[in-house]
Design a protein around this ligand. Structure first.
Ligand code: FAD
Length: 401
């Protein structure tokens, strides 16, 4: 790998969860692939740089990961999500006033999804790449420049080496240097909002129910995890306006646990913070195009959504599946017809989801009582109409578009 110019079928820029899956998927289909990332892979929960978020992988994502041989590594660590509970707590006090359960068995035999910590996803994906001869993974090396021609892309890495790739997959995150280099613009919506991600233990069992509680500032979402220290445990994403999120972040653990308990409406009794908190800026963003010459944008390089309804990574896996399927059917994975078909297949679905989640987020942020009252009534009404309820659940899963 240290000759002046060497060839790969697919160069993946970005070793986040999406980039690692992209490399594994292309490798699984026999494409020689290289994935690079300037950052080292953090695969240990106790590492101060570990990604503490969790990802709820929905049914289509599990099917895809199964097809490419990754699910078998994850299954034993995954917590099934059987019920999605939507709660409105927008009254005068932060107590639940409307609560509706959306049951997975209303639309089929499987759970909605399976929850896994991000650091563990990374650990298992990296381990899977090590066992695949078609794939090389180089953490600590980034893409420094890309020069595309109609037949291939010439990629310079920041260690000075050069390679030729038939397809460059930009999985290099929301600020995607590759997207910028390709001259592709983005539409960005800002909310002045941040998400706190952390884990809590509690007295009451979660019963594999994922619960989204709406009051103001954004949703407070509890997603089931395996028991910790013999106590029920959940991952939490708590969205608030920026200054309030910063204030909460600065509280000592006991005061923070008390604030989280109050915001949860005490549905599981007192919540106890376990470990660190992390804070994430919230935006919606979509790239104007999902492809350029010899280049495909996937995951956050193409789209970013607020963490509502577990859509972000699941849309990313749908991007990768679509791109790989199209590449398999063609001789050349970066041929113009592959990339055009990819953009045509993915961008409209993603645009619809970005718009839908933007609306849900704005409704959840609402501070005015009349809007909060309408939201509570809306949750109940959506749930009561069975065909609409089932259609919404299938749309949320990505089983329909
Ligand atoms: C609080 C929160 C909770 C979430 N929960 C869920 C959920 O439950 N379900 C869900 O589906 N989604 C969820 N998401 C979204 C999900 O976490 C993201 O979609 C996913 O982590 C992003 O992955 P990515 O690989 O696209 O980007 P990133 O993880 O940002 O990876 C991009 C990588 O590219 C690398 N890079 C940058 N420049 C270069 C370069 N020049 N060359 C090579 N590499 C480069 C970076 O170092 C980085 O490692 C959540 C998001 C947030 C904020």
């Amino acid at each position: 790998m240290n000759s002046t110019v060497w060839d790969v079928d697919v160069l993946v820029a970005g070793g986040g969860p999406a980039g690692l899956v992209a490399a594994a998927a292309f490798g699984h289909r026999g494409f020689r692939s290289l994935v690079v990332d300037p950052r080292p892979a953090v695969t240990d929960a106790d590492d101060p740089d570990a990604d503490l978020r969790t990802t709820a992988l929905l049914q289509p994502s599990r099917r895809f990961l199964d097809e490419i041989g990754l699910w078998e590594r994850l299954a034993q660590h995954a917590t099934p999500l059987a019920t999605m509970r939507i709660v409105d707590a927008g009254g005068a006090h932060p107590a639940p006033r409307v609560s509706r359960d959306f049951e997975a068995d209303d639309i089929g035999p499987l759970p909605f999804g399976w929850n896994l910590p991000n650091w563990l996803l990374r650990r298992e994906f990296v381990a899977a790449l090590a066992g695949n001869d078609a794939v090389a993974y180089r953490p600590g090396t980034g893409v420094a420049g890309v020069l595309t021609r109609s037949g291939a892309a010439l990629v310079t890495l920041d260690d000075g080496s050069t390679l030729r790739a038939r397809l460059v997959v930009a999985a290099d995150g929301r600020h995607s240097p590759l997207r910028q280099a390709a001259g592709i613009g983005v539409r960005t919506l800002r909310y002045g909002q941040k998400a706190l991600a952390f884990a809590v233990t509690h007295d009451a069992p979660h019963d594999n129910i994922s619960t989204e509680i709406h009051r103001s500032g954004g949703p407070f979402t509890l997603v089931p995890l395996p028991d910790r220290d013999g106590r029920p445990c959940s991952a939490v994403v708590w969205m608030e306006r920026g200054p309030e999120a910063q204030r909460l972040m600065a509280l000592d653990p006991a005061a923070f646990s008390a604030a989280a308990t109050a915001r949860s409406g005490a549905i599981y009794g007192p919540l106890t913070l376990t470990g660190r908190r992390s804070i994430w800026p919230i935006i919606s963003q979509i790239a104007d195009r999902f492809h350029a010459e010899r280049t495909a944008l996937v995951a956050e390089a193409a789209h970013v959504v607020p963490p509502i309804g577990a859509q972000g990574m699941n849309m990313s896996l749908a991007d990768i599946r679509c791109l790989v399927d199209l590449a398999v059917k063609a001789d050349d994975p970066g041929a113009p017809e592959v990339l055009t078909a990819y953009g045509r297949a993915r961008r409209p679905d993603v645009a619809l989801r970005v718009t839908g989640i933007d609306m849900l987020n704005r409704t959840s942020m609402a501070a005015l009582r009349p809007i909060r009252d309408l939201r509570g009534a809306g949750i109940a009404a959506l749930h009561e109409i069975a065909p609409l309820r089932r259609t919404l659940m299938q749309l949320g899963l990505g089983a329909r578009s």
